[in-house]
Design a protein around this ligand. Sequence first.
Ligand code: C2E
Ligand code: CA
Ligand code: CA
Length: 716
Amino acid sequence: MINSVKLSAGFRRSFIREVLLPLVAILLLTFIGAGTALFLGTTLTNQEAKAQQQRMIEASFSQSLAEHQRQLRSLSRWEPLETHLSTAQADLRWLNDNVGHWLYDMFGHQLIMVLDSDNHPVQAWRNGEPLDAPAADPVVQAVLSSALLRRHTQQEEADFARVEGRAAALAIGDIGRDAAQFRLVGLKFLDDGYLAGLSDRSQLKGLHFSDLSAPPDAPARFLLTSQQGEGVGYINWDPMRPGAQMLRAIGPSTGVAVLVVMLLCFYMVRRLWTSSLNLSQSMLKLGASEAQALHLAFHDVLTGLPNRALVEERLTQALAQATRHEQRVALLLIDLDRFKNINDTHGHHAGDELIIAVAQRLSALVRASDTVGRIGGDEFIVVMSEVDNIGQVQALAQRILDTLSQPFALSGGEVWSGASIGLVLAPKDGLDRLELVRKADIALYEAKSSGRGKYRQFERVMDESIRTRQNIAADLRVALQSYSGLAVWYQPLMDIDGKNMVGVEALLRWDHPTRGAIAPGDFIAIAEETGLIIPLGEWVLREACLTQQRFPDLMVAVNVSPVQFRATGFVARMTEIVRESGGDPQRIELEITEGVLIEDEHEARAIIIALREAGFRIALDDFGTGYSSLNYLSTFPVDKIKIDRSFTQSLGVADNSVAIIESVVKLGHAMGLTVTAEGVETPGQMSALADAGCNQLQGYLFSKAIPFERLGDWMR
Ligand code: C2E
Ligand code: CA
Ligand code: CA
């Protein structure tokens, strides 16, 4: 949940940065660009149109000026006028009709003058009416002082001029062709009536004049000037604006288009958002399940600790680093001592709980740079990198042992497990991963076989002994196929006087083809590890039964290994063998060790009871070496205890040995048991044991184990 919130915040940010912002920028740029282009286009079109309209107005003005001149010329070049003026007395009526009236009526010339060669008005007409005193007329005066008249040199000329504050078209022409005595002047005010006509022709609206000093009162105007550059007046108009028109035409549709584009963009962004969100979520899910799969591939499901594969990888890395930096790496292989037992008695659930608790204790003990892994049912491993000295590793190993020997509170109750540790140190014990693990395994084996609850550091001799053991196991397997080299010898058990034999103990002997005689102490353990002890032990029992057939009253003691004892169907097998081989269980004493009682008290008791019901006698062998479980004795229905030979041999050496033996004998007798002492080598030991109250004796003082063939002789 938290992850998905984080995701969507991060996703939103990156979506805005990578999609939304660029899109908005593109849209903005597009709109600004299009808007600017539209604006510039409109303005330029408008300006261009205005300039064109101005050129048109100017053209029509110069056209009307030329027309004005042509109108005047039509009279000034008229011969009858020259003729008429040249005749001494001018006929005013004729002039009125043919000049003043005619030009006004015909062409609207508002002022017409006939000037003599000194520019004195001979005759003048205002709006077609003759003036009585032309020189006194203000308009006439204004025209006479105008630049055009003052500079007039050519035969005819026309120009715009300001007359009495009004704009006017002025034309002048010599009357007659050569050496003119008179000139004709025509004036037309460029008033609004004139402009109205122009407006009609050009379809320009709002055409009107304004005075030079007047402020601009229309959107467009230009200054009409005379040829001399003198301002005549402003011509104003409402310009046609094709750009604005176009804008008006396309504006709404453009707006709609923009709106549609923006809606489309919005829609696309929304779709992109959902699809990218889905994509990134499914990618995240994919990533998570991939990480999960990866985690599963490299971690133990029960404890979450690194599994064998990951530990191996870490170890390889640590070794590579150690080689580069000349550092040391330690490997601790940890095995729980009583896991199988706890699993069997309390159930798998308790076993799982124990494993989890062990994992937690281990994890709490190591440094962050170390790796704790689970590599098997109850096997753990610690990879310690950057080790400065062996003391550091030993301290950790001891801490682990101490921690794991504390009781574990499981849901089914408290249990004690304990552990054994094998440790190796790289590069001293090698730099190859497999080699190191193998050696740690050997050291662990040594720790276990030397009594558990210990750590052992690998030593070269261990390796050799392991190799020897493996060879021996292989040879033993071969020997068992035909029992070649194997034999059962018998050591007598004597009564307390040492005079009468009360029975024999069957003891295995192995004459190895190349190594010679190998002591049981050296191969029994190997047979136990490999499981070969089961067929081997059964064979000994069978041999003992055969011996019994030969010596019917002989009591034979047979050693039973804990491995046999715990194997399923043990009691049935024993019974069956004795029946098959014609033995008598009443005279067969099975020697078991204290260890089997401890391992699983409840089951051990059941087996012992079953064996006794089948007729077997039970002896507790090597008493005093294991757990000194004097208290247990009362709860196990055995027939005999055999005091270990270490006690016998401590007689006269250790001060309290007599006292110990005495108390054991007392306890044994209190429970109605026979007490046998083993390893009696001297008469002194014999008498001390007799004094202590022992019932039977066994030892080299009487005899070593002898082959079956010599047993008859010996008994006699
Ligand atoms: P154990 O059951 O305690 O057998 C007695 C051992 O003490 C025998 O050693 C015997 O030779 C030795 N011994 C007897 N008297 C003396 C003495 O006065 N001084 C000394 N120093 N030793 C004496 P062995 O035959 O080497 O057997 C060693 C162990 O091997 C036995 O100890 C027994 O635990 C085991 N073992 C022998 N045969 C069998 C067998 O058939 N089955 C099983 N499961 N274990 C066997
Ligand atoms: Ca024995
Ligand atoms: Ca013994």
